[in-house]
Ligand binder design. Structure first.
Ligand code: 5GP
Length: 200
């Protein structure tokens, strides 16, 4: 039958430079892997998300996030300036500004989004040709240990994040690839190979 070939996600598809979406539960180390990519692979462009969450110590506006007021965020939503956006952990708004991502992709530069599950699902609908990667902890106990050890959240916030993490862990099968973050350097290198299309 002359049916159009479905958008292929098989590992034997040669992959041009394109969008990669990295998701995974809270405290799994997405931020650490992103920082490692920023340091060692400057050719890969990391999207800077907007958020209404207040900055943590050491976080720089425009580098780690664009820190916006709820009003500023709502204005960007109204103007259709987000590729995806979501309320994460039932609290703050996070979103990927669309313009910079589209510009980099048009330049042929590999782009990485580090976002939550809701955002990944939105991108899957609007940009199904993207590559979807799930960063998983070695075990659930290790994830809890990392979240407690980080010490940046109040007990209430931690519980909220663990509740989200349980839901996010159940979504692993929706992703094209899973990387276990047992070692940051190894996990980063595995992700970079996927971003560069070296997986097939
Ligand atoms: P944190 O507050 O710890 O920096 O991030 C909390 C969560 O928000 C993480 O799971 C992170 O992946 C997610 N996140 C960060 N930026 C975005 C974004 O632009 N969109 C969505 N949907 N989630 C994001």
């Amino acid at each position: 039958m002359a049916e159009p070939a479905p958008a292929s996600r098989t590992d034997d598809t040669p992959a041009p430079a394109r969008l990669t979406v990295l998701a995974g539960p809270t405290a799994v180390g997405k931020g650490t892997v992103s920082a490692d990519i920023r340091a060692r692979y400057p050719d890969i462009w990391l999207s800077v998300s907007a958020t209404t969450r207040p900055p943590r110590p050491g976080e720089i506006d425009g580098v780690h996030y664009l820190f916006l007021s709820p009003e500023e965020f709502a204005d960007m939503v109204a103007r259709g300036e987000f590729l995806e956006h979501a309320v994460v952990h039932g609290r703050h708004h996070y979103g990927t500004p669309r313009g910079p991502v589209e510009e980099r992709l048009a330049e042929g530069r590999p782009v990485l989004l580090e976002i939550d599950l809701q955002g990944a699902r939105q991108v899957r609908i609007t940009m199904p040709e993207a590559r979807f990667v799930f960063l998983a902890p070695p075990t659930w106990e290790e994830l809890v240990r990392r979240l407690v050890g980080r010490g940046t959240e109040t007990p209430e916030e931690r519980e909220r994040r663990l509740a989200t993490a349980r839901i996010e862990m159940a979504a692993v099968s929706e992703f094209d690839h899973t990387i276990v973050n047992d070692d940051v350097t190894r996990a980063t290198d595995e992700l970079v190979a996927l971003i560069r299309g070296e997986d097939g």
